[in-house]
Design a protein around this ligand. Sequence first.
Ligand code: GAP
Length: 504
Amino acid sequence: MSNDVMQKIVSLCKRRGFIFQSSEIYGGLKSCYDYGPLGVELKRNIADDWWRTMVYEREDVVGIDASIMMHSDVWKASGHLGGFNDPLVDCKNCKERFRADKAPTAPPGEEIVYFKNGKSGSDKIKGEVGQCGYVCPNCGGSDLSDERQFNMMFRTQMGPVDAMSEAIEKIAGNALTPEEIRTHLNNAIQPSAVYLRPETAQAMFAQFLNVQQSQSMKVPFGIAQIGKSFRNEIITEHFIFRSCEFEQMECEFFCEPGTEGEWMEHWKNERMAWYKKFANAKDKFRLRAHDDDELAHYSNACFDVEYEYPWGWDEVEGIASRTDYDLKKHAEHSGAKLSYFDQQKEDPATGKMGWRYVPYVIEPAAGLTRAVLIFLCDAYTEETTEDAEGKSKTRTLLKLHPRLAPYKAAILPLVKKDGQPEKALEIVKAFRKAGINISYDDKQSIGKRYAKHDEIGTPYCITVDKESLEDNHVTIRDRDTATQERIPIENAIKVVQERLNAGL
Ligand code: GAP
């Protein structure tokens, strides 16, 4: 699959109402997207199945839905306020702003040639790669600023404070150094500063005790959450793959120290199985172990679930063994006793019954919006066939698993007269009563309606024709094979329902 396919997916998403550019009529807001009528269904279906698998089907995981804004000390404890930084660099030649750790590398001291202002065809400049060992990703230039740290959290103010006016009052009319101005600004802003969460995870640590005690949970147990996260990404890329506002599906699974290895194996298997059960191309998913130099200092193992996107292998989920780092940090900063007492266990230190310990954590952390992109890429199919006259024609279809498909079936009267719409609407009513999301569609020719539903991933088209009024049978057409079968109307719901559960 090439990047050309990526363009086709982006275009299908807009044309058919899956995903739109945010604020498009105003020229769009970079990297922000709106999920349209079909996209919201696809995203919700993915989230619902994650929740079903992670929470409803397990005894040992419960869910929460925490607020997006949390006490600022949460982010001090988690390290996000001090350490959630990207190294930012400006290219003095073409003015591109980029991340140093993602820039193309080049040997320090190497002589290079690039275009002035980054415009091909303009004068050429000779340069030398600096000690940083990279060049500008846009113009290939070596005339770069120093790296500076850029915090990726979005900051805002809470409460009826006007931090700016306060700061201006202190600054106005005084001859101050830039450092003094910065201090005044920070002093005015910090007391009421709150941050949009950059991950859903921290609420599960901060609410560890409340959840454990209110639900009488026994370790090992997990807390799961789905929700929005925000990161002021310097580079946003590949449509919804990396954006500033996105959704995560995370679980913090608390276990006894020393058992984290077996739980890591458990979660690696569980999570890979979850993606593969929906995938057409199962070989496009793999697990990649982090090298030692990639691991965070508190982590003793980490695996990425990777997918082969149109641009190559990249991450969709990280499964990290985070030791007892987070609970200990929150205990240290908040003063709360974030530990667990197991009466039935012997304390390894004293040999006596009853062991109080800080649980270790395995964290399967997936991107919901990234999963939307993956299942779109996996489903996107172009089929070329020949018609009766030998002319080749291309059929575009989304081979989405029926569980993920926005509509589970389309109910189509062949013509918009002779009682056929009324008969079709009776079927619609029965499907809706059974809780199945279907589309009633009586516009355009039947061929165009089939093509549309292939393109939006509707697994079945159920057509009511003249005979249906007499024999109570309908034609059911399968999206993937385009084969048609005549079935009694009373069986239609069962046929569709069975396919919803296929392979799950
Ligand atoms: N609590 C751990 C954590 O947040 P992460 O690897 O930074 O780990 C987990 O994020 C997942 O969230 C990623 O694997 C990815 O799917 C998704 N994600 C992270 N940043 C994203 C972004 N800017 N846009 C879209 N998805 C993102």
